[in-house]
Ligand binder design. Structure first.
Ligand code: AKG
Length: 427
């Protein structure tokens, strides 16, 4: 369209101006007296109309600016969560759908405990972002009924991996013992004399037990299932500890999203929001010992009994501390250092997922672990769906890496069968 000349634009402005309308109207010209009488009123009216028009412009600009600013913060800082969508929902009078309910604001001193949490809200508010304890999901798990006598009766002679210490955490050593021997002493923990069964293969080797574990809707998407079984991380680790037993302070292998279901007893936790590695004295270049030999991110500090003399910067580290009860499922986001402490005899199952929210970070770790040459990926890799991207990476994992993974699992099973003492594992 051609641009209008400035005189035409001027004329149009004149025509539509309210004060001009009154001045030029027939009514205006028909009677000088009437005109004279009405002129102050008409002048005021035109003034009012102009003011109203200015006010409308002002309010419209204000709304527009609020929208732009809130969208900006929404996307970049999660600062005014969902301001814009709330305004729109309010204006349109529509009830807030799940996607529009704002996430609660974490005050960095605790973790949300949630029930009736929808998958959509989990993905939007927690998955790969913030830890959450889900309180209503484990009650139907048959594993909630596992007891010492059940396990000893059915699996007493099977060897399990455990660690034990007669001193601080950093003196703990790994052993393989028949489950019944561990169970005999499981009630005997003391602050510096405790044992902890941490077995990644026990459920893998006794798969009927897996049927006693549920499959929470939050964890159904799991791209680890796309990996060849030789290098797929073992899933569902049995954790059974005496009072005072504890894990190390670590990020999970492959930087996955971790889960922990407490079946009996309770756990105290310290979770460290990302960005504090320098305060945790994270050891460099450690390997995790999983089938795909990933990097391990462990801290030498026992966050439940820290040695500030040796690790002074740890004083500045900010942890979220909370307690997880039996029947609670904790979901730990990718990238969060965490440590658990069992104040009394406690049994739990930990597990993991790679999903649409964390797969990019997990793939980074898989590249490092598997000596994978990312240049072999298809050109359109970034445009593929999350699942297709994982499939593309799996296709270029070298054969010898897969073979090495198979040997790692075999070696560990051999150790469990034949040797009393095992290599200290990563948790
Ligand atoms: O329950 C525990 O001891 C901690 C387990 C854990 O952190 C894990 O499996 O990653």
């Amino acid at each position: 369209m051609m641009a209008k000349s400035s005189s035409t634009r001027h004329r149009e402005r004149k025509k539509s101006s309210p004060s001009t309308y009154f001045k030029e109207s027939k009514f205006d010209n028909s009677s000088k007296t009437l005109n004279a009488d009405l002129s102050p009123t008409l002048g005021k009216t035109s003034q009012n109309l102009r003011n109203q028009w200015l006010w409308r412009c002002f309010i419209f600009t204000l709304l527009l600016l609020t929208g732009i600013i809130s969208l900006y913060f929404d996307n970049n800082y999660k600062f005014f969560p969902h301001t814009w969508s709330s305004i729109m929902a309010g204006l349109s009078g529509t009830p807030k759908r799940d996607a529009e309910v704002p996430c609660s604001v974490m005050d960095n001193s605790t973790v949300d405990h949630r029930s009736n949490l929808t998958l959509a809200e989990f993905i939007r508010c927690y998955d790969a972002k913030r830890p959450v304890v889900i309180t209503d999901i484990l009650k139907n798990w048959k594993a909630m009924n596992w007891t010492k006598s059940f396990l000893v009766r059915n699996y007493g002679d099977k060897r399990v991996s455990m660690k034990a210490t007669e001193g601080p955490l950093n003196k703990a050593q790994g052993f393989a013992v028949p489950l019944k021997n561990f169970a005999e002493h499981v009630h005997e923990g003391q602050p510096e004399l405790w044992t902890y069964l941490e077995d990644e293969l026990f459920i893998e080797m006794n798969p009927e037990l897996r049927e006693d574990l549920g499959q929470p809707v939050y964890l159904r998407e799991d791209f680890f299932q796309l990996l060849p079984k030789e290098i797929r991380p073992w899933n569902a680790m049995l954790l059974w500890g005496t009072a005072h037993s504890r894990s190390s302070l670590h990020i999970d292998p492959y930087n996955w999203t971790g889960t922990n279901a407490v079946l009996r007893g309770k756990k105290m936790w310290k979770l460290f929001p990302p960005g504090q590695d320098h305060l945790l004295y994270v050891r460099k270049n450690q390997r995790c010992g999983f089938p795909l030999d990933c990097l391990k991110y462990n801290s030498p500090i026992d966050a439940f009994n820290p040695d500030y003399k040796q690790y002074p910067k740890f004083r500045r580290a900010q942890a979220i501390s909370f307690t997880q009860q039996a029947g609670d499922l904790l979901i730990i986001p990718t990238g969060w250092f965490h440590q658990a402490y069992n104040p009394l005899e406690t049994m739990a199952i930990s597990s993991q997922v790679m999903n649409s929210q964390n797969y990019k970070l997990v793939l980074e770790e898989i590249y490092k672990a598997g000596e994978i040459d990312a240049r072999k990926l298809p050109r359109n890799f970034e445009n593929l769906s999350a699942q297709k991207q994982v499939e593309a990476v799996v296709k270029i994992i070298p054969k010898d890496v897969i073979e090495k993974g198979r040997r790692v699992t075999e070696d560990i099973l051999d150790q469990l069968k034949w040797k009393g003492k095992t290599k200290q594992r990563n948790k």
